[in-house]
Ligand binder design. Sequence first.
Ligand code: GLY
Length: 375
Amino acid sequence: MRPLRTIPVALPGRSYDIVVGQGARDALAGLLAVRRFEAQSAQTPSAAVAASGVVIVADERVAEIHLATLLSALPPSPLVLRFPSGEASKSLSTVARLYDELAAARTDRDAVLITFGGGVAGDLGGFVAATWMRGIAYIQAPTTLEAAIDASIGGKTGVNHAAAKNLIGAFHQPIGVIIDTDFLHTLPARDFAAGLAESVKHAAIRDASFLEWQRTQAGQILDRADDVLLELIARNCEIKARVVEQDEREAGLRAILNYGHTIGHALEHLLEYELRHGECVSLGIVAENELAVRRGLLDRAVAGQLAGLLVRFGLPTRLPCALRIEDVIDRCRADKKTRGGMLNFVLLRGLADPIRVADVSPAEIHAVLSTIAPR
Ligand code: GLY
């Protein structure tokens, strides 16, 4: 028996489990059966045209490699909707096309949608599930490390707008998150490393001992040794789940997950998504730590420790090309975390000790960006 780990996410009326491990896909059939039983008990009309009532929204590159394996764990004849890999698919035009395909298949309220791919699949497919017929059930089946440990958990769904990332969206919790580590082994090294930026983030804001574990296990993590991968993902999911349980709608605590992301999102947009999300988060962590150091909040040695782990994981700590500082500041303002024109940041006072600050001046951002400027 291959070990699986189950991490509950307890939310009033919409609790679900995250199932992690090799072969976790085998849990899908049970989850769908429970859902079908609940739908029948509620006596909702059941005329889904997709024979199984299952819709898969899949990244086409992931589908090419792994769809057959996923299908082997599902009831026959699901409706499979593919979208082109890449951030450009996280758009209202892709959503509109997916609605057309759901309409053509006469997909009804009892359908269960499975998102299959990285963060784009989860955010896009989750948003379609949140809005189709005012919301249908969905399951996250992430195939990247970033999506497994962050994006697939907590019910944030959405697409990008030309003005900024993730501006259009909805909170819609999945009925389950199935993280089959078999799918993670084909992930290119660069994408795997990008996911590790969110792992460093989780440890930095919540768990100093987890940071030390990542430091000592770095080689094994990069080798994706099965037991280490399971432990890495499960510990990250625990951190994320506990934060979401306390603040599902980001009224307070959940905002700490935005550590590294105010500058990170700005860079991601300005670099036109040429860098991975996690690579931009890595740069954001370094720059935002420098901000905290300059404010006298954070010890420079701790900032150095975090930067050292990012480098060990192969993540960037310097921009690949020069950017206009004014553009970065403008992008930070366009971020949805901005309220009343104030630039919002999550800064560390130490490991596992984040605070939110809303009085960061453009001059401070100007100063810290020089520390991540290209050499
Ligand atoms: N990725 C940050 C959050 O889910 O709140």
